[in-house]
Design a protein around this ligand. Sequence first.
Ligand SMILES: NC(=O)c1ccc[n+]([C@@H]2O[C@H](COP(=O)([O-])OP(=O)(O)OC[C@H]3O[C@@H](n4cnc5c(N)ncnc54)[C@H](OP(=O)(O)O)[C@@H]3O)[C@@H](O)[C@H]2O)c1
Length: 256
Amino acid sequence: MMQNLFSLTGKNALVTGASSGIGRHFAGVLASAGAQVIAGARRTDKLEELVKEIETTGGSAVAVELDVTDQASIDSMFERTSEATGLIDIVVNCAGIVEIGEFTELDDSAWDKVFSVNLDGLRKVSQEVTRQLIVAKRPGVIINVASVAGMNAAPGWTVYATSKAAVIHLTKNMAIELWRHNIRVNALCPGYFPTEMNEEFFASEQGQNYLKRLPPRRTGNLDELTGPLLLLASDASSYITGIALPVDGGHSIRLV
Ligand SMILES: NC(=O)c1ccc[n+]([C@@H]2O[C@H](COP(=O)([O-])OP(=O)(O)OC[C@H]3O[C@@H](n4cnc5c(N)ncnc54)[C@H](OP(=O)(O)O)[C@@H]3O)[C@@H](O)[C@H]2O)c1
């Protein structure tokens, strides 16, 4: 019974940003829970490696080139997916980039770049999926990967944190509108997890000292995101929508 609660057998699950880090991990988790995974990102060589890895462990996945900032690339991903697997039931919007810089020094290019991936890309992919699900009268699940940076402010993080705060708010608005269509929308807010995005920093002395000042005193392991992802992706959370779930060892709750 417990296994059935989290089972994704028969579901098609798209993961954007599946070529590395958290998205790569999520693709493997969803496949191991029984979903047919559509792994999307720009680096198709990395996606092909991931697909092989999933297949060797008995799972099922396809690699699809995807640049979430390019409408033509999004359209072609949906065309390929509809031929290869049919309708997408679950979307994990994980594609994301970071830019660090003081508010006064932020230029349009950094602002537009971060928002085009972190917010607009996520919105466009989600809109197409929901339109298709609504027409087909099929239930669905959307999981937006936000961040603890979207819940609190931090110096130098203005553009990234603001984009992630917008993801959390978009999640709530989508959830309110889509519940009646049987589509649930939630956000996951990871604390720090070492990935291509930040591993150099956390391996440095400066990064280690920084970590000591944070409530969890360590980075998370990708495995610590597995349960929260499966909860939100499966029927185990059938009455949960519109939440922003921190997975952060308490990072987001302590004032000082
Ligand atoms: N690591 C953390 O501590 C942490 C904490 C909180 C939230 N997050 C969030 O978690 C998500 C994954 O980040 P990560 O830490 O796993 O970093 P990562 O290893 O750098 O992964 C980022 C992923 O986004 C994809 N991506 C970037 N631009 C894209 C585009 N235009 N179109 C499609 N895919 C694109 C990259 O693939 P390609 O380059 O192949 O396209 C890559 O797969 C991000 O949304 C990030 O903000 C991370």
